[in-house]
Design a protein around this ligand. Sequence first.
Ligand SMILES: [Fe+2]
Length: 391
Amino acid sequence: MLHRHTLGRVPPKPHTAFYDEDGSLLMEQCMTRQGFEGPFTILYFRTPPTDEFSVESLSLAGFCPVEAVREQPLHRRHIRTQDLSPKGDFLTARQTVLVNKSVHIGVCKPAKPAERFFSNGDGDELYFVKEGSGLLESVYGMLPFREHDYLLIPKSTPYRIHLEGDRGTMLVFEGRPWLGIPGEYRNSYGQLTDYAPFTHRDFRLPTELLRYDEARHGRAPYEIVVKMSDELTVHTYEKFPLDVVGWDGALYPVAFNIHDYQPKTGLVHLPPTIHTTFAGNGFVVCSFVPRKTDFHPQAVPCPYGHASADMDEILYYVAGNFTSRKGIDSESISLHPQGVAHGPHPGTYEASIGTTETSELAVMCDTYEPLRLTTVADGIEDKQYHTSWVR
Ligand SMILES: [Fe+2]
């Protein structure tokens, strides 16, 4: 997703015979996007990942199939994801709260060690690790992560997420079909520009290949849960299906810490566009990080009221003071839909004048297509939020 990278052993030329140390022929597999026009990676497997002997359907309540509310009157919404209890592993804990055709947004608060590998065929995934640290284990290798990292995982990557102490809190975006680094942050050579809000050095890549370990991965059969067209199937393999000796290409997971995002400050308040971090088909993900605020002597640092007539806007609150909001806590998600205006809560606009910095830490997502609440979101919604601006 960033630049070509190699991990492990690859032959000098693609599509040529390549052997393991014991002399057995390795199986090449090209992971390609946009047919054969987009980014790709070539992996070399000890055993072809095509020997599944069983495929069974799976249903995970709150995640797949996703269930949207039947009716959704036009309200500003406050979804209290802090009210969801930890349960399950990184996969079975997933709870989707907002959906449209471009993006599914959910939270994940595991309480158990990771079990089966998961591969999302519906889109690229972006985790934001609100609490916790651990290891992303994928067919591309091992990628350690820490608190406040984003983890960007390409579509159809088999992976598991291990959390220290088996606990953590993560926000998850499923970009349908893609989610990545905005094109405007690259020059025509594909390199990140020097005026992008991050550099190549800010992204961390898998550090070592995943090696099959019976203690870690168990004995045959091996399972991968695959999501495709919003249905889950469990694929069962005779041989460990992630046994790779090397790969090279431009598709692989990356980690990026939100505190490495370089914020911009203006003479007066700048729109949220300047916080754009990732983009997908019809939506953007933005990072609000602690920063100096606007430096005009009469600047009002608090966001001005606005009606973003073509976009729904959600904000996931992480830490710090939220200059424009009251009654919002860490892990809250607010949804300010297109169709009605929104703005700072009473008192917050006035209180921001004269401040020179903000400590807010939050992740925002703006979508062109209106978002629908799921039944999970409906169950944890603060129903008074829409009228909480009344003085
Ligand atoms: Fe807004």
